[in-house]
Design a protein around this ligand. Sequence first.
Ligand code: KG4
Ligand code: ZN
Length: 406
Amino acid sequence: MLTSKKSNSSATIVRISIFRNFLKPLFVLIFSNYYFDLGKKITFVKILTFDFLRSIVKYKSKFAPFMHTEEVFILAIESSCDDTAAAVLKDNIVLSNVVARQSIHEQYGGVVPELASRAHQQNIVPVVEVALKKATISKNQLSAIAFTQGPGLMGSLLVGSSFAKSLAMALEIPLIAVNHMHAHILAHFIDEEGFDKPTFPFLALTISGGHTQIVKVNSYFDMEIIGETTDDAVGEAFDKTAKILGFPYPGGPLIDQYAKEGNSKKYPFTKPKVPGLNFSFSGLKTQILYFVQKNVSENPNFVEENKADICASVQHTIIEILMDKLKMAVAETGINQIAIGGGVSANSGIRQTLKDAQTKYGWKTFVPKFEYTTDNAAMIGIVGYQKYLHEKFADANVVSKARIEF
Ligand code: KG4
Ligand code: ZN
């Protein structure tokens, strides 16, 4: 009796297991988009072939996140300008974030596109290898590869996109194209201890070497530019001022450093009058140029003797310009959650001013972790993760774009 009971129960287990192994894939097949796409082409016999079902399940588990109950591993690549960067994310957690900065441009006072592209070609393989190694992840564990599609320097973008496409194809995993400016904003959704995430809708001030924008962020994929620069970006204002003062490229961090020691009220510069939420920084640059030329003609050591006060005054003016527009944007939209992003959000004066605005104006402000301010691949990875969850994949024909629609 006992034996027969035992054999009965093992038979039941076998039956359940057959049921699971067979019906689950069939269920998946019937209720997946894949079935509807290919439904007409596949025959009934094929549907019932277990191997075929298994291959579909395997395919779906890679390409359909709604069925993907396991962790998502994204390899992200950023190569839009002069930094070659790779990161690995497990869901919204950064496992590794590697950046190879290209020092070659310093001697030229700015980024030389051809040299940047060549340096990316040299750096990309080792940078990706280090990122995978640091994350202790093998290529075969990756769920998808995300890369910067634009905006940026064409030659630089092409190195990242070609690499990402080839690797995604070789590993048979999805490819995800990411807008670099979206990434600067969505970097706030990386899971980091001590850093809150904004809730939608919020305003983002993106300040980088090529962009200055106020963006109304309605969701991960619905963003609207409500103000932007009509000429130079704020990063250019920093870098060009630095050049006038004789500092090496990129000068933004140096201005920040000297400003800490200086008197920000010593040299008052006039702020541009630009209507609405738009910005202009080219007039400020010219003003600084004439101011320095005039003073140097009277005292050749003027810059050296006053660099801290000059830097503090310039930085103070730039912060005031940004804050005036943010106050206007809050008044116009009624949204008082403000997130900053982009290379210039590394500036200590801007970071402190935004933090102070919480008590001063009652805003809720979000200042990114320092390593996610200047160009990095972790921010590309977090967009990749969201796009993966929403099945926003690119095909192999996706093209890099120096300018890209927002
Ligand atoms: O986002 P990013 O790394 O590259 C672009 O997408 O453009 O931004 C680079 C810009 C440069 O103009 C650099 O001078 C500026 O960010 N930057 C800073 C600071 N760190 C980087 N500007 C002011 N203060 C800083 N601490
Ligand atoms: Zn950037």
